[in-house]
Design a protein around this ligand. Structure first.
Ligand SMILES: NC(=O)N[C@@H](CC(=O)O)C(=O)O
Length: 429
């Protein structure tokens, strides 16, 4: 079985390649990339005017298995990923029960492989039940295939616990991903603390909560000579703390979400829980710092923090509604429209942050179009105009803050191991 993706601009940051070229795929692997490939036995896929990239990777999604399948499961989440142009995603363990043991990692991986159109990696909990009291069986989970460890959704309050985890996981070369919000400073807060929260008269979650947490984690990683990854960074000061740490050689990496790169707390309307998320949408100064951090390499990668919830939960009043919203199906459009088309960042850098960088940090198979690599490929139409319509989402989650937005740029084809799983926005069964 052979296919040729013809005439696209092939951007493969891992191989420093950016040219108009054809991509030959044979038996589910990348076989050749060259100016003009002719093979009468191959199916042709026209990519003229389009961008051909390694399959996009999202290391931060919540697929809610086990226990909360009414919000999302591996099948619906996998379909949402395929629709958004992602070929590999990593699912967080804040489920019911929490994914904190090797038996669960193994059984969930089997199920994910059966029902998902894209590769699903599993992140194990750092502590039992994500309660922060006792280390989970992280070694066994690592040996059973857990890609990283995180108490995401919760701050690891005990510095000693985090240090134990860092010391232990160094031997496995696994990364701890931290949700950095110092809990005592964010209790009851439902949005960013600032001008807007004051105007609305609600309790805020200050950026200093994130800054303290990021600083502590960096000090611990430096002390333990271990790797720590900051999830969904959102505060300007926190970005600067990571920048300084990297200069000292600390093994810290960071990710930012599309919403923290493009939206501010000025759009929070308490009548609608669409904008409720942790960490909260911040100020313009913070948003600008996210973009600067992405450009200068302080922020290594982009991750969506795709956090679907059931409609009836998000329909509650702002204070009661859960935090988070879906992000897989809007990411490419939002990032191209608000960052690339506005000239804030270049397309190759965007692609690097969504392919080569996560693959490098988490030691994944994908992330490049190297000859012999699995043919995980995304074709993006950078000029396609479309409007975000939640009724067309594959995710169960609704209440996207991007609903109704007119965007430019969209993934139009997703290929996993040489198999087309999405074409023109439609997931293929
Ligand atoms: N990011 C979110 O707003 N929500 C996350 C958990 C969390 O990180 O708080 C979720 O699981 O829904």
């Amino acid at each position: 079985m052979k296919q040729i993706i013809k005439g696209g601009r092939v951007i493969d940051p891992a191989n420093h390649f950016d040219e108009i070229a054809d991509v030959l795929i044979e038996d589910g692997k990348i076989a050749k990339i060259a100016k003009s490939i002719k093979d009468k036995d191959a199916d042709e896929i026209d990519a003229i005017g389009k961008i051909v990239t390694p399959g996009l990777i999202d290391m931060h999604v919540h697929f809610r298995e086990p226990g909360q399948e009414a919000k999302e499961d591996f099948r619906t989440g996998g379909n949402a990923a395929a629709a958004g142009g992602f070929t590999t995603v990593a699912s967080m363990p804040n489920t019911k029960p929490v994914v904190d043991n090797a038996a669960l990692i193994r059984s969930l991986q089997e199920r994910a492989n059966q029902v998902s159109k894209v590769h699903i990696e599993l992140i194990g909990a750092l502590t039992k039940g994500q309660e922060g009291k006792e280390l989970a069986e992280v070694g066994d989970m690592a040996l059973s295939g857990a890609v990283a460890f995180s108490d995401d959704g919760h701050y690891v309050k005990s510095a000693k616990m985090l240090l134990n985890g860092l010391d232990y996981l160094r031997a496995f070369d696994k990364v701890i991903i931290n949700h950095d919000e110092e809990s005592s400073l964010v209790e009851e807060g439902m949005m960013n603390e600032g001008h807007r929260s004051a105007m609305l008269g609600v309790k805020g979650r200050p950026t200093v909560a994130e800054d303290i947490a990021v600083a502590r984690d960096i000090m611990l990683a430096e002390y333990a000579d271990a790797r720590v990854h900051v999830a969904h960074i959102s505060s300007a000061n926190a970005v600067d703390i990571v920048r300084q740490a990297k200069k000292r050689g600390v093994k810290v990496t960071a990710e930012v979400t599309p919403h923290h790169l493009t939206m501010t707390d000025e759009c929070v309307d308490l009548r609608d829980s669409d904008t409720k998320v942790n960490p909260p949408l911040r100020s313009q100064k913070d948003v600008d710092a996210m973009c600067a951090g992405l450009k200068d390499g302080t922020i290594d990668m982009i991750a969506t923090d795709h956090s679907p919830h059931a409609e009836e939960e998000k329909d509650q009043e702002y204070g009661l509604a859960p935090s988070g919203f879906p992000g897989l199906e809007t990411a490419v459009g939002v990032l191209i429209t608000d960052l690339v088309k506005t000239g804030k960042i270049e397309m190759p850098l965007l692609i690097e942050k969504m392919t080569a960088a996560p693959a490098r940090i988490f030691n994944l198979k994908g992330g490049s179009l190297s000859v012999g690599a699995p043919a995980d490929v995304t074709v993006i139409d950078p000029d396609l105009e479309w409007t975000v319509d939640e009724s067309e989402f594959y995710t169960i989650g609704t209440h996207s803050p991007f609903a109704g937005r007119e965007l430019v740029g969209r993934a139009v084809l997703t290929m996993v191991d040489g198999k087309i799983v999405m074409r023109d926005g439609k997931v293929i069964d």
